[in-house]
Design a binder for this molecule. Structure first.
Ligand SMILES: NC(=O)c1ccc[n+]([C@@H]2O[C@H](COP(=O)([O-])OP(=O)(O)OC[C@H]3O[C@@H](n4cnc5c(N)ncnc54)[C@H](O)[C@@H]3O)[C@@H](O)[C@H]2O)c1
Length: 255
């Protein structure tokens, strides 16, 4: 799975799943470009050292995305892999959601993937090949209460995935990765909203058939595999990495 001389752009690459992707792709010899609004990404890039570049970038803004892709190319000579991972979670129903909140979630979770693909794919075409991975969620298939904008944005990412796969085949492959509950700062922030975070944690553990929540590194390893030549027959699909979350009928028990 060597990415020697390849350049991977990781959005939201400073921490959580994106941070793990940055580490895994770097370990596999890729040049990694971390795009994030959180300046802590600079510390991760410095820790990774050579072949790592942090660019502070709000990936929901086209002029920032375009400038970041150009900077990545002027630094490393091209773009081969794009992991659209940046995302935010908000909790509300349709009737509770303001227009601003709806637009924010759509812009960060969905429009960013469109913008990054729009400005990265022409550089992949110059190379003759490329891979786009969109980090969606199991919430593209199953859902819970109070996540209307989030679950909508993640479901729409699957449509974007198919469109990119169809429009740019065979040179460019595109897949969606759909994680279950993963132990990241986003998840810990969500737990902190509850009066009993330990109980919510246990609930999450129990929802997964493997009786644990996932690790960011597990998603990073899957993204790296899908981006590699070993996965050359994958395109257009949504791949769940979810410990079996949501495949049982509620309340079903062994006889
Ligand atoms: N953690 C989970 O349980 C889980 C489950 C399924 C899907 N996901 C998805 O995985 C992705 C990563 O989630 P995470 O849990 O690692 O989140 P996280 O909050 O821990 O990390 C997300 C990163 O994205 C960055 N980011 C947010 N908005 C940005 C913007 N506009 N521009 C650039 N960077 C931005 C943040 O600064 C942060 O570094 C998200 O798309 C999320 O929806 C997470």
């Amino acid at each position: 799975m060597s990415f020697t001389n390849k350049t991977a752009i990781i959005t939201g690459g400073a921490k959580g799943i994106g941070g793990a992707c940055s580490r895994v792709f770097h370990r596999e010899n890729a040049n990694v470009v971390l795009l994030d609004t959180d300046p802590i990404g600079q510390a991760l890039a410095e820790e990774l050292g050579e072949r790592a570049l942090f660019i502070r970038c709000d990936v929901s803004k086209e002029f920032e995305v375009k400038a970041a892709m150009e900077k990545a190319v002027s630094t490393f000579g091209g773009i081969d892999i794009l992991v659209n991972n940046a995302g935010i979670q908000r909790y509300s129903t349709v009737t509770e959601t303001s227009e601003e909140e709806w637009d924010l979630v759509m812009n960060v979770n969905l429009k960013s993937a469109f913008l990054c693909a729009k400005h990265a794919i022409p550089f992949m075409q110059k190379r003759g090949s490329g891979v786009v991975i969109n980090v969606a969620s199991v919430q593209a298939f199953i859902s819970q209460q109070n996540v209307a904008p989030y679950t909508t944005s993640k479901t729409a990412l699957l449509g974007l995935t198919r469109s990119i796969a169809v429009d740019y085949a065979p040179q460019i492959r595109c897949m969606a990765v759909c994680p279950g509950t993963i132990d990241t700062p986003m998840l810990r922030d969500a737990f902190a909203l509850s009066p009993d975070p330990a109980a919510v944690y246990q609930e999450c553990v129990d929802m997964h058939l493997v009786k644990r929540i996932g690790l960011p590194e597990e998603v990073g390893e899957l993204c790296a595999y899908l981006a590699s030549d070993k996965a050359a027959f994958f395109t257009g699909q949504a791949i769940r990495i979810d410990g079996g979350l949501g495949i049982t009928i509620a309340g079903s028990k062994k006889a």
